[in-house]
Design a binder for this molecule. Sequence first.
Ligand code: ZN
Length: 344
Amino acid sequence: MLHPKSDVDRLYLPRSKGGRGMIQLELSYKTSTIGLYNYLDNTEDWMLQLVNRHENSKRLHSVTKESDKFSRELDLEIEINNLLSPTEIARKTKKKAKHEGLKQLESRWQEKPLHGQFAARANNADVDTQATHQWLRNPGLKAETEGFILGSTGSKFCFTRNYQANVLHNGADPKCRFCDERIETIDHLVSGCSILTPGEYKNRHDRVGQYLHWKICNRFSIKTQSDWYKHHPEPVTEGKDVTILWDFPIQTDRTIQANRPDIVIKDRKNNQCFLIDMRVKVKVKVMNQTPGAEKKNYVDINNDQPEDRFLRRQDYVAPQVWNLSVDVRAKDSLIAGDETSMSD
Ligand SMILES: [Zn+2]
């Protein structure tokens, strides 16, 4: 069901940019026309040169005029390299036109006050755009499910009670159907409801941790299951030069509240220790948060460790997975298993 005033603009973008991979026919027509004009204008075939001359002399709907118009619309600056063949010139110009066209579609999407919020957020410097849109490349989901997820995150359309009460005005109570305390928005359901915290949210958090633990075990060549979802982290996993703790309290000399990071990696070979505490959040909370707030929780543990212990240095990593976006640091330091960023 569409709202009578809903946005009917159709912006088709590639999956790598957060779209659904369909072709924008209008843009396709424009880039083809520009490509055709550039081919005709540079061809050495005498018959095609005649066609070009005929197109140039037409008053209306000529390839030349349309190509000019579309190039202006796309802010396309065409530099002709005479060393290239007409086919290469046409292909290169078409590619450039497509690039400019997609850039315009992307910015039109981001400028939308409601529908563009997710697109704008996903393009921020702290978000790994490629990892964020990775799921769209091979989702294994039915088209309807994929559309529903994209609709919920991108355009905030979901049949929540808040939507029913404040958009459809059907007299529904906007309060959350589970906790009956807060307004039932998507953000509230995704990670703000007190009733869903112990079950749904904890399960989701543990599943993310399960993947990280599996990835870390693989990185340190510890034998694991072939698939991450079959992997069940043990409280203590021993490798050749490494001990990995999962949800395991760290013994400290004095009482410290935050002494239970999700994962601890004691790397004896490099004499390092990593405390990993991860969160699954909605973007609103991340944006409102003071940078480094979680790190403070673990400063006490760092200070508590006497220098003569085998750990020379400890580091703290806080991967954050938001609703459908991935923190750059999470990917760089853990998911990719990059050697340098782990030891930095
Ligand atoms: Zn609730």
